[in-house]
Each structure stands twice: as C-alpha cells, then as structure tokens.
Design a protein around this ligand. Structure first.
Ligand SMILES: NC(=O)c1ccc[n+]([C@@H]2O[C@H](COP(=O)([O-])OP(=O)(O)OC[C@H]3O[C@@H](n4cnc5c(N)ncnc54)[C@H](OP(=O)(O)O)[C@@H]3O)[C@@H](O)[C@H]2O)c1
Length: 257
C-alpha cells in the first residue's frame, strides 16, 4: 500500500478556502491529517471548513488570517499549536495573480505583491519552524510559478516575487535540513481554481479553460486535485528524500526545468 503517513500530522494551509488550497486541505484531511486553513473572508472560510469536514469526515479548522499582517500570522501559529499541540506541515499557498509591465507598476503595487507572496511565506515559516523542530522535523511547500524561473514579458511583479519564493525555498532547505525540515516549491502553471472562475464570469467556464489549455503543451489546464496530490506527496513519508526542489506543475508550460 502507498501510505503517505499523513495521519495525525498537523498541517496549516494558507489560502485554504478556495481553489488549490481548498483541494489540498481536502486531500490532507482525507489522509487523516489535522488541517488548519486560513483566509481573509471569514464567512467564506468558515463555510469552506465546514464543507471540508463533511466531505472528508476529517479534522479541518478555519482560522481567519491575512498573511500580509504579521500579527495575524503569529496568531494563526499560536492558535494552531494551542488546538493541535504542534505543527508538522506548512503550505504557503495564499496569493493572487499580478501580471503587468514596468511603467504600469507603482512602488505600492510592487510592495503589495512582495508582501503577500514573499513576506507572507517568510512570516509563516519563521513562526512555524520552531514548532517543527520540537516535533523532530517537518515539511514546507511554497506555491510559486514557472515565471519565477523563466519570466515572460509583462509578468511583473509576480515573476520577481516568485523567483524570490524559489530562492527562499532553496535557502531554507539548506538551512533547515539539519533539523529534518524539508522545503520545496511547486511552480504552478495554469490550474482550475476560484481565481479563474472569477475572471471568466462573463462567458462559459469550460470554453475559457479550453482556450487557456491551448497554450499548454499537454493541451489542457490542470486540476486543483493534481496540485493537491503533488503537495501531499512532497509532505509525506514517501517524499522524505526530497528537499530544495522547485517542481514545475504545468503540463510542460515552463520552458526550463
Ligand atoms: N490557479 C492557477 O492557475 C495559478 C497559477 C499560478 C500561481 N497560482 C498561485 O497558487 C496559489 C493558489 O491560487 P488559486 O488559483 O487557488 O487562487 P484562488 O482560487 O483565488 O484562492 C486564493 C486563496 O487565497 C486566499 N488569500 C488571498 N490573499 C490572502 C491573504 N492575504 N491572506 C490569507 N489568505 C489569502 C483567498 O481567500 P481570501 O480572499 O478570503 O483571503 C483564497 O482562499 C496562489 O498563490 C496563486 O498565486 C495559481
């Protein structure tokens, strides 16, 4: 049997109320992990947590937190430890798309993107790592994108924030290997999620995904469950020898390995 050995592991998934984070929360809860999801919209978050509990018969708690706020990150870590006695797994998934050109972007727009995608992950890692050490090890996965490795045109500021996320991943993998804390990144391409549903509001979602899929070598966009499977594998006992990697999950979209 291919047991991931995630039962009773305590996992925090930021941005777990929608899209890829929600699918990941479902996967972890189905495997018997104790899952904490955070997001900013409280009502939506609590509904998602309740739905996930029903869907999986598992342990899923919603805790309102904005990863752009240091005090929210501290509270999220403290509440998780209080509730479940420690932290084994952290998925830095919260984020949103931001793709533009040099002259269109103000200092504030740059700052905002870095604060969400880079500083959000840094704050959560800084808070979670001491607890992972106490547990004798842990696993961190950072959501980034292929543009962090190979930026296209008009992909700022995300491509820069995500390159920093990949670098953070390798830096922390190097620093924390001695503590048996593994750190990996998933470089996401185009995957079905709530953000695409919002953008396609005017037309048919299926047509929208088909059109997006035409840009992908494998000819389709990804499923949120495919992301959840990879993240779960990376955090599992089956991924125990994997650290410091940034894996493309994009149907071949990224031009570099
Ligand atoms: N899907 C793709 O094709 C794709 C492509 C490249 C990269 N990604 C990355 O993958 C990750 C997941 O994206 P997704 O497509 O699943 O997006 P999504 O469907 O829009 O879900 C985003 C989640 O993050 C939460 N969130 C946003 N800002 C937050 C903040 N400051 N603090 C805490 N939670 C926050 C949202 O809830 P609230 O709004 O209530 O806070 C929601 O739960 C993101 O980092 C995204 O940039 C996705």
């Amino acid at each position: 049997m291919f047991d991931l050995e995630l039962k009773n592991k305590v996992a925090i998934i930021t941005g777990g109320s929608d899209g890829l984070g929600r699918a990941t929360a479902k996967r972890f809860a189905s495997e018997g992990a104790k899952v904490v999801i955070c997001a900013r919209r409280e009502e939506h978050l609590m509904q998602a947590a309740e739905d996930l509990r029903k869907e999986t018969n598992g342990s899923v708690l919603g805790m309102k937190a904005d990863v752009c706020k240091a005090e929210d990150c501290t509270k999220l870590i403290d509440q998780t430890v209080e509730e479940f006695g420690g932290i084994d797994i952290l998925i830095n998934n919260a984020g949103k798309s931001a793709a533009s050109g040099l002259e269109a972007l103000s200092d504030e727009a740059w700052q905002e993107d870095l604060d969400l995608k880079l500083m959000g992950a840094i704050r959560m890692c800084r808070g979670a790592v001491p607890h992972m050490r106490k547990m004798g090890g842990g696993s961190i996965v950072n959501a980034t994108t292929g543009a962090g490795k190979a930026p296209g045109s008009l992909a700022l500021p995300t491509s820069v924030s995500r390159a920093a996320g990949n670098n953070l991943t390798k830096s922390l993998a190097n620093e924390l290997a001695k503590d048996k804390i593994r750190v990996n990144a998933v470089c996401i391409g185009l995957i079905k999620s709530a953000q695409w549903e919002r953008r396609s509001e005017k037309g048919s979602l299926e047509e929208f995904y088909n059109e997006l899929g035409n840009k992908v070598p494998l000819g389709r966009v990804g499923e949120a469950e495919e992301y959840a499977d990879l993240v779960a594998f990376l955090c599992s006992a089956r991924g125990a020898y994997i650290t410091g990697t940034a894996i493309n999950l994009d149907g071949g979209l990224c031009p570099v390995i």
